[in-house]
Ligand binder design. Structure first.
Ligand code: SF4
Length: 693
């Protein structure tokens, strides 16, 4: 009936899982999400009509009975319900007490790449302006911080250089490495597969024979953690064969001679020894990439989550520069970012200890003064602690209070027992989230937040495209949006934040962040395809691909930064003879907070598992489907064995999405010295069979 239809609400919005940034219409009714339908093709630049299974069916979590509906305050071992006023008072009193006793630097704030740009901007503003602490960070530290650090050194911007549709979808050639694209970025993988069907070459270099390898011109199995060797080897072979783009190198780059000298030792034979890559496969890939008119270099966390993650990124960037595959349509460096808004919220908005919004340097006086003009005072000018350092500081008692927005470090930090110990050491923890997560269980105050189906804002997808997010329903109970909560809290601390809406926050972002200088809600409402940064003023249409004429340095030149070889920090030995690696599965998402509450995901992949090669399974006496104990130097977990030959006999794999059988009980704390990203991708383990029962 009309009355029934009248209650159905609809919003054109952006997917809240991965950073492909698919857009669709979200339908709601009486506080529940009903479903998803394709949106106007003009408004869906990354996906047209498609979505993956998570985008299409992954909304159950919004309707879940587990949603937090009211603030909670710790009461013995549990929680009691509280009013907003009481919860805010407690946060104000406790953080103020800790800062008075131990200094402003004794508290830290965590932001969330799940939340909007506006909420992340306010989160770091809350840390810097209200709490006056430089210790603010977010989960980008754990996924692509090494990408950002590597690209900033070589080409300037820490972001994908090109577009999804027009460039990734149209290139002549791909090198994909460290990305299980069909599972992690499904709609983007579909673009690649379509283009390969139309004749593009696809080279996949991976320790595991992932889904995309089935479509590849050549799949090459590599040893985990050996990427610098084969990337340097490709550069060496290209120079050796005189296939490098001398015109591009001469006119647009510097330090080529240093690179040439550093890659010289990486002969095909040495690469084979270090990385297990057969010489003919290395040469074929290198020659095809060098002679193609255009090539896309795609990667994800298989490249970044290493103790030498930044060097991996330098190595792949050197390959793109040597072959001149930058600054033109169909070419580019394509880090596939993870979370829906990790590019914008986790990077561009500056909730990071060494970057103000827009990657601006907090130690620079001119920049600090620019912020002071708008905020009334300079933000703290020292570089704060990175996320893993914050957990160390918590264990030492240097950080005693913490405010976490939408992040689940109990599952996402490497070495879970250490993260739990650190949270236990805190005098006060406030968590703002949509569920009582494994981390919120440690909190003193829990604040109920709105999901992305319940708020206005913007996300910036992996191709730097700023897109609107709109509410289809209201938040449950008395939950509030993260934006409202942060404004309320600032007010409780005596700061008048005069924002009527997310649009007002974007106006402040545009004022302070040059790459967002021309972005406003008025423009976004009338630009269905969104706007790609840099967009410096109201007349700037945005930048579909970067570096057409200049790299982002004063002299406009890209820098070759040679990458010295480093292998995994922990190698197999007698006690721990297997290499463990990790990754995503299509049906789940990150720490599983959302997908473990989504029917379709649990129907397909209900629990964690470890993949074991048939030969290794035989040797261990393990049958497919039996439970096994996986043990590392950090801890042990029990998971189901899945026997298959996706990886070598010496390599096992566990997905990262589960609380039971959580892989980070096993992973190690070794950090990349530049980006401080932990080495999640390679740890040594042993497997103990538990028998058929
Ligand atoms: Fe959402 Fe990513 Fe799937 Fe698109 S590909 S629907 S953005 S999870």
């Amino acid at each position: 009936s009309d009355a029934r239809l009248g209650r159905i609400t609809k919003a054109e919005t952006t997917c809240n899982y991965c950073a492909v940034g698919c857009r669709f219409e979200l339908y709601g009714k009486d506080g529940d999400v009903l479903g998803v339908r394709p949106a106007d093709p003009e408004a869906t630049p990354a996906n047209d009509f498609s979505t993956c299974v998570k985008g299409k069916f992954g909304y159950d979590f919004v309707n879940s009975d587990d949603r937090l509906t009211t603030p909670l305050i710790r009461d013995g071992d549990g929680f009691r319900e509280a009013s907003w006023a009481e919860a805010y008072d407690r946060i104000y009193e406790e953080l103020t007490r800790i800062q008075t006793q131990h200094g402003t630097d004794s508290v830290a704030v965590t932001s969330s790449s799940k939340c909007t740009n506006e909420e992340n901007f306010l989160n770091q503003k809350f840390a810097r302006q209200v709490l006056k602490t430089p210790h603010v960070d977010n989960c980008a530290r754990l996924c692509h911080s090494s990408t950002v650090a590597g690209l900033q050194q070589t080409v300037g911007y820490g972001a994908m250089t090109n577009r999804i549709n027009e460039d990734i979808g149209e290139t002549e050639c791909y090198l994909i490495t460290g990305s299980n694209t069909t599972e992690g970025h499904p709609v983007l993988a579909t673009r690649i597969k379509q283009n390969v069907r139309d004749g593009a070459d696809l080279f996949v270099f991976e320790p595991r024979k992932i889904g995309l390898a089935e479509h590849a011109t050549q799949y090459t199995r590599t040893k985990p953690g050996s990427d610098i060797a084969w990337l340097n080897g490709m550069v060496r072979h290209i120079i050796d064969q005189d296939l490098h783009d001398t015109e591009f190198i001469d006119s647009r780059t510097k330090h080529f001679d240093e690179l040439k000298e550093k890659v010289e030792p990486f002969t095909p034979e040495r690469v084979e020894e270090l990385a297990g890559v057969p010489p003919e496969e290395l040469k074929r890939a290198a020659e095809t990439i060098a002679t193609a008119d255009t090539c896309i270099f795609g990667w994800a966390m298989g490249m970044t989550q290493h103790a030498h993650g930044t060097r991996n990124v330098l190595a792949i960037t050197n390959l793109a520069l040597v072959t001149g595959h930058l600054g033109k349509p169909g070419a580019g460096l394509s880090p596939f970012r993870g979370q829906n808004n990790v590019q914008g919220g986790g990077g561009d908005m500056g909730p990071a200890p060494h970057n103000l919004p827009g990657y601006q340097d907090p130690t620079d006086d001119e920049i600090a003064d620019k912020f002071a003009e708008v905020w009334g005072e300079r933000p703290p000018q020292e570089v704060g602690l990175r996320l893993p350092e914050q957990y160390e500081a918590m264990l030492r008692g240097d950080i005693r209070g913490m405010y976490i927005m939408g992040e689940n470090p109990v599952l996402s930090e490497p070495d879970i027992s250490e993260a739990e110990e650190a949270l236990e050491e805190l005098e006060f923890l406030a968590v703002q989230d949509i569920f009582l997560t494994e981390t919120a269980e440690y909190a003193d105050v829990v604040l109920p937040a709105a999901s992305n189906a319940e708020k206005y804002g913007t996300f910036t997808n992996t191709e730097r495209r700023v897109q609107l997010v709109r509410p289809a329903i209201d938040p449950p109970g008395i939950a509030r949006t993260d934006l409202e909560i942060l404004c309320d809290l600032a007010d409780r601390f005596g700061y008048e934040w005069d924002y009527d809406s997310a649009a007002d926050v974007m106006d402040e972002i545009a004022e302070l962040v040059p790459i967002y200088g021309g972005i406003s809600y008025d423009r976004l409402e009338s630009t269905p395809e969104g706007i790609q940064w840099p967009c410096t003023d109201a007349d700037d249409p945005g930048t579909p691909y970067l570096y057409e004429e200049r790299f982002n340095f004063d002299d406009g030149l890209a820098r070759f930064v040679p990458a010295d070889y480093a292998g995994p920090a922990e190698l197999p030995d007698e006690e721990y003879p297997l290499m463990l690696t990790s990754g995503r599965v299509l049906y789940h998402w990150h720490t599983g907070t959302m997908t473990r509450r989504t029917q379709v995901s649990m129907d397909h992949v209900p629990e964690s598992f470890v993949t074991i090669h048939p030969r290794m399974a035989d040797q261990l006496g393990v049958e497919d489907g039996e439970y096994v104990r996986v043990v590392s130097r950090r801890g042990d977990i029990v998971v189901k064995a899945e026997v298959n030959d996706v990886a070598d006999p010496g390599v096992v794999f566990i997905p990262m999405h589960f609380a039971e059988g959580a892989i980070n009980e096993l992973t190690q704390h070794e950090l990349d010295p530049v980006s401080y990203i932990p080495e999640y991708k390679v740890s040594s383990v042993r497997i103990e069979p538990l028998g058929p029962d």
